[in-house]
Design a protein around this ligand. Sequence first.
Ligand code: C2O
Ligand code: CU
Ligand code: CU
Length: 461
Amino acid sequence: MLGMSRREFLLGSAATFAASSTTYAIAKNALSADLQLPLNYLSHEIVPGKITEHMMGFGIGGPAPTIRFKQHQTKTIDVVNNLREASIVHWHGLRHQNDMDGVPYLTQKPIEMGERFRYNVTSPDAGTFWYHPHCNTLDQMGRGMTGLLIVEELEDPGFDHDLALNIRDFRLGTDGQFVAMFKPRLAARGGTLGTVSTVNWQVQPTYDFPAGSLVRLRLAVTDVTRVGNYQISGADAHVIALDSHPVPQPLPASDILLAPGQRADVALRMPDKEGEVAELFLNILSGPRLMATFRSVGPSLGRSLAELKQLPRNPVKEPDLANAEILDFTFGWTPDGAEPLQSICGSLGYVFWSINRKPWLGDTPGPLDPLATMKLGKSYILRLRNNTPNDHPIHLHGLAFKLIRSDKRQLPPLFTDTALLQSGETMDVALVADNPGYWAFHCHVIEHQKTGLTGYLRVEG
Ligand code: C2O
Ligand code: CU
Ligand code: CU
């Protein structure tokens, strides 16, 4: 990007970009990556007895691999695009280098079919993160491309087991095959829900753990639409981290509200008797829906939740509220007459939403201007105003922000990368702009993201 202005980059100075990326590829190919992440088509039995065709995934054959590395380590990941369309991979929640963030046109060009791109993935924070495409996002995520990324604490907190739970729906018909990914009239409202709820691509899986052992459950809602309330019952359990950041006090695991993109780490103490179970439920209007079962096996290990070490705080800077500048963002309808732009990352064919009256589809070359520019090292309050009757999980790449206040409810003073902004709510969140770059800022209901509820913020380096 040296010698090139952002505007030139976004407009696509194709020749310059191609030349520099070729040099990069040759130099890096000398060494093999820590992990190969092929993007493939596949079939899988999600609903028992029915093979779902035309799925898209990471790796070969099944659900996306859970990627693990230690805090501050760097992992090289080669994404090889075996799809017949362009893609790109974003690492949700990582406060890393902008050019590894995986947003088309903003941080790199899309990875076209047959191409390979090497990501150097690293994180200053420990916790539960995830990864997904940011190109033709509704279709690619909808067909299966979502996986967990776990950054381990430098010091082991003392669990016996650690289980990633990739929680999401699929939109399948009674024959187990995909139905249309969305309905336009729902995309203009709360979004289109899936028809089959899964955990790790299974309907109501059961996991066995030693009786009386301590298990760290990592819940990640990677669904494109569903906001849900989750509950663990049948055993002692509490929430120890939300959206990868440890909570100061453990919270009850009976009322865990998770929107698309959000995560919760739960410390679970397995029941003492062989065959006893703990259960994960999703509470929906019609009642609790069983999502997964955790079953005790063998003699009790007799462990206690009190033996766990407190998770260390992540190195996120406290914003200086007294000197913070306020930046306003209004989430609303799109101005009349906005037309969807076509791009190699697909289009849903509609523009319904906008931020500050500017709709962006998130994966087209533009808009050329950031919604706001922040100075490196300064504190800001982002005033998020929801002018719509729907909820929007608002996500910011590359930075963590702190929940400050709402005009509707009491907010816990937690850091996050994705906050659920309720209908009609105005919420203040604050951050220190300590990571330079161009950071995507959007609703994580993918139908909203893809129909205008996307923009980006710039942190001047
Ligand atoms: Cu999971 Cu642009 O986000
Ligand atoms: Cu993200
Ligand atoms: Cu939304």
